[in-house]
Design a protein around this ligand. Structure first.
Ligand code: HEM
Length: 205
């Protein structure tokens, strides 16, 4: 860790350590034109299903009960599954995605913190994505885009609360590095899931 990184709190460090991946992911998602039609959006939902299913055990883990109060209520897996149902995604494909997610087995709780950072942070981008989904596909927080709904307290407040909890944790340098490794791994997993579920649309010349 360099001197500048030492000045950062955990959430800032995770943001800075994953910024390049986040840009790559945004760009790649948009290249698949996820809101062009319902078929493309199904691929986007399958990517979300893989991501949220892979992280689900963390939301229920006892380890975080005191460290991150209310974590279990933040899980959006049920909402993603309901969206998949709304969009009538083939159940075999859904099973494949859930099965694939079981290949992620997070045993280090600090690494898990990084995973949670990445999954929780994705609620922020969802604000913009939800607007597009409504406009292009006429879906909503009650049908097809449930997992993108803002929290009752407000999306930004809810996210800031999570970051405050992260930043209050008293972690060693090694534990912080493990959290960063987890955040990076969650982005990598998502980028791979995009490759599998969301074919790139090549512009015709
Ligand atoms: C095309 C898709 C996406 C777009 C356009 C997008 C856009 C954004 C935007 C604009 C923010 C900043 C919000 C703010 O600070 O007010 C944000 C934050 C974030 N997004 Fe995304 N996002 C996308 C997909 C994702 C996905 C799939 C993930 C997770 C794998 C993700 C993870 C994050 C994280 C962790 C943050 C928080 C960064 C921080 O620490 O402030 N995003 N996103």
């Amino acid at each position: 860790m360099n001197e500048m990184e030492k000045q950062l709190n955990l959430s800032e460090r995770l943001k800075s350590g994953t910024e390049q991946q986040h840009r790559q992911l945004d760009k790649r998602i948009m290249q698949s034109q996820p809101f062009a039609d319902l078929n493309s959006y199904q691929g986007f939902l399958r990517m979300q299903l893989r991501l949220h299913a892979a992280a689900e055990s963390l939301y229920k883990a006892n380890f975080y009960a005191n460290l991150l109060p209310g974590l279990v209520f933040r899980s959006r897996l049920k909402a993603v599954i309901a969206d998949c149902h709304d969009l009538k995604i083939d159940t075999d494909l859904q099973q494949q995605d859930l099965q694939q997610a079981t290949t992620i087995n997070i045993t280090n709780p600090y690494y898990g913190l990084g995973w949670l950072y990445t999954v929780e942070g994705s609620t922020m981008g969802a604000a913009m994505l939800l607007k597009q989904v409504k406009k292009c596909l006429q879906l909503s927080e009650t049908f097809g885009a449930r997992h993108m709904a803002a929290h009752d307290d407000g999306r930004v407040i809810h996210w800031r609360e999570f970051k405050t909890l992260l930043d209050k944790l008293d972690l060693t340098e090694l534990q912080q590095q493990q959290a960063l490794d987890g955040a990076v791994a969650a982005f990598d997993y998502t980028i791979n899931s995009v490759e599998v579920c969301m074919p790139e649309v090549v512009a015709s010349t």
